[in-house]
Design a protein around this ligand. Structure first.
Ligand code: PYC
Length: 412
């Protein structure tokens, strides 16, 4: 038997199926280099090729494709933000997400579930009313509902919720979940088919800047000449900005999540409690996918803690007491690059040819398509796309913050 297996392993009759090409070496130069082969970097490469004919593009990753925050998130998609800038941006993302399976010819299991943000206090209800008004004004389906309607849509929810009764909710019917890894795979395949090169296990060790302009990138596989570099590395952003001497207000904090063993389908909507610091949805495999707020300190590490599952389980049981026997199967953490106003940090920088796609905090996955499309525009025109202009780095110096903390899925 082992010999037979070896024959399969060594035989060229059974080539490993590949979704994208592998390249033995880097070219000497590219029109653009994208650092980070997660959803954002791959989407930017895809739209650069599709919309602007820029195909001499290399996407580099020190690890493997989709192995960072794309593979570490809880896959919620929504547009019910608080600021007009945030709502417009995520509205476009939702629109692109809805047609993405067809666009990329890949089933992304986009599943519209409805998204509830539960309120347990009058103060929370007030913020939700504000959000609902901004959302409606901009055409996003979002409204305040009372406990009776919550109970009708989600009958298993215990409205008493321990000692913090639910007094209402912000209901956002278009809220959805998506197969997150598949988003990265599908963008990778689409970009590759248009000529983009994806280089995994290729670490960037330096960015060459002369007279304020990017002219090249050093990697552990050689030097590349290029005049455009996009950093799309989420929780690793400060390591890249350091290479060009750029200071940003980003702070890295861990965000933990976990999944339970699979259960029969019983939870259709996505349920969030800002006051209890909890969000939960049920995947198509039946697992409960859950998370809480950020760990409350700066830490560049993907380690998990018992404190997190303990706290989260307590709050989950306040909402759904019948889950007390359910086992947690898996736990993990990702690194969130937080900005002071909880909005992203995107676009051109004072270093010519160096572009940022960062500051994703706790909501980067849901922005994948719109980031790809707007960053591609920005690189192609060397001008910030209008949807990302509010998220420029200089807003901090100009006191033009875009305060999105009130729309964080879980209170922070
Ligand atoms: O903002 O929807 C959200 C979210 C989900 C998980 C973390 N943040």
């Amino acid at each position: 038997m082992p010999l037979r297996l070896l024959r399969f392993g060594l035989s060229s009759h059974y080539p490993e199926p590949r979704m994208f090409r592998q390249h033995d070496r880097l070219a000497e130069s590219y029109d653009a280099v994208i650092i980070g082969a997660g959803g954002h970097g791959l989407a930017a490469a895809y739209y650069l090729a599709r919309d602007y004919g820029l195909t001499r593009v290399a996407v580099l990753d020190k690890g493997y494709l989709g192995g960072g925050n794309t593979g570490r998130n809880t896959a919620i998609v929504r547009a019910n933000y608080l600021t007009p800038e945030g709502v417009r941006f995520y509205q476009e993302s939702l629109r692109l997400f809805r047609e993405l399976s067809q666009e990329l010819d890949y089933n992304l299991f986009y599943s519209e579930r409805g998204h509830f943000t539960l309120a347990h206090t009058d103060a929370t209800l007030r913020t939700m009313r504000w959000r609902a008004e901004v959302n409606k004004h901009l055409g996003v389906d979002s409204r305040l509902i009372d406990p009776d309607e919550i109970q009708r849509i989600c009958p298993y929810l215990d409205l008493e919720c321990g000692h913090t009764p639910i007094v209402g909710a912000l209901y956002h019917p278009p809220g959805a979940i998506v197969r997150h890894d598949a988003v990265a795979w599908a963008y990778a395949r689409g970009a590759d088919r248009r000529g983009v090169e994806i280089h995994q296990k290729t670490a960037v060790t330096g960015i060459d800047v002369r007279d304020g302009q990017v002219v090249g990138v050093s990697t552990d596989r050689g030097y590349i000449r290029t005049r455009r570099v996009l950093s799309a590395v989420a929780g690793y952003t400060p390591r890249i900005t350091r290479l060009v001497g750029l200071r940003t207000p980003l702070v890295i904090q861990p965000l933990q999540a976990c999944v339970t063993e699979p259960l029969k389908p019983w939870l259709d909507p996505i349920v969030v409690s800002a006051n209890l610091h909890l969000y939960v949805s049920q995947s198509s495999r039946g697992e409960l996918v859950m998370g809480a707020s950020l760990d409350p300190y700066e830490l560049h590490s993907e380690r998990s803690t018992l404190d997190f599952v303990e706290g989260l389980a307590g709050h989950l049981l306040d909402l759904f007491p019948f889950l007390s026997e359910v086992k947690v199967n898996r736990q993990w953490a990702g690194m969130s690059d937080m900005t002071p106003d909880f909005s992203p940090l995107m676009g051109k920088t004072p270093v010519r040819g160096f572009y940022l796609d960062s500051g994703w905090g706790t909501w980067g996955f849901k922005a994948t398509p719109v980031c790809g499309a707007t960053m591609a525009y920005t690189l192609a025109h060397d001008e910030d796309h209008e949807l990302i202009r509010p998220f420029r780095l200089s807003r901090f110096a100009e006191y033009e913050l875009v305060g999105e903390k009130g729309a964080a899925s879980v209170g922070h």
